[in-house]
Design a protein around this ligand. Structure first.
Ligand SMILES: [Zn+2]
Length: 220
């Protein structure tokens, strides 16, 4: 039944998948452009946020290339309902982070949220599977109801405060005391300018003694 609705084809190249191949074929998996800053100890991701907010750890699994496999994968995830892409990479990255001492202080994983209208339209948050699998690997809680994306018109205060930003993206934290003292791993699908993660971080860091790390499926 599922195979009729969603034919089992590679999310990278579109060829049919073998039973043993979860979301991409062996060839595409082999060709995936890896970033993996947590392994290489590269600070490429950290540099994006330097001087913008304090950061403990920062990593991305894949390198984004225009017209490359990563772009195809993220497109299938976001626009063709291939939710498994998100959990597949969450399981992968989570498994690697679970082995690294510097990620053992994380208390919770928070996914960058969608606005509720967008969520209704798309039907799912494309970051959810990624976030929940990382939380499971690290054996920490997934907090997906703490950070909210709110409309730009819902608060004059926020509007004023965020005039220097694109006003489409305004985030808010519900019950900020819930994350007091936590080391939060904030996760998103892709980082480009880092603006979205910065806006989220600003809100999360208003809680007391919060420290932040970030992880994304891809970095552009
Ligand atoms: Zn393929």
């Amino acid at each position: 039944m599922l195979n009729i609705l969603f034919p089992r084809v590679c999310n990278g190249c579109g060829d049919s998948l073998l039973k043993s191949e979860p979301i991409i074929c062996a060839q595409c998996r082999h060709n995936l452009p890896l970033a993996c800053h947590h392994r290489t100890k590269s600070d490429a991701m950290k540099r994006i946020f330097y001087g913008r907010f304090p950061l403990e750890q920062a990593t991305a699994l894949l390198q984004f290339q225009k017209k490359g496999i990563t772009q195809q994968l993220l497109h299938n995830l976001k626009y063709r309902g291939q939710k498994k892409v998100s959990s597949f990479f969450g399981e992968w990255l989570g498994g690697e982070l679970a082995l690294l001492p510097e990620y053992q202080t994380i208390d919770a994983v928070i996914p960058v949220p969608l606005h509720k209208q967008k969520l209704r339209k798309r039907g799912f948050n494309q970051v959810h599977g990624f976030a929940s699998e990382i939380a499971r690997s690290l054996d920490v809680q997934l907090l997906d109801d703490v950070l909210l994306k709110i409309s730009k018109t819902s608060s004059q205060v926020f509007k004023k405060r965020f005039t220097r930003f694109n006003q489409e993206e305004v985030f808010s934290v519900r019950s900020p005391e819930k994350i007091d003292g936590m080391h939060i791993l904030l996760v998103d699908d892709i980082v480009t300018t880092g603006a979205t993660l910065e806006r989220c971080a600003e809100q999360l860091l208003r809680s007391e003694r919060v420290t932040l790390s970030v992880a994304t499926i891809a970095i552009a």
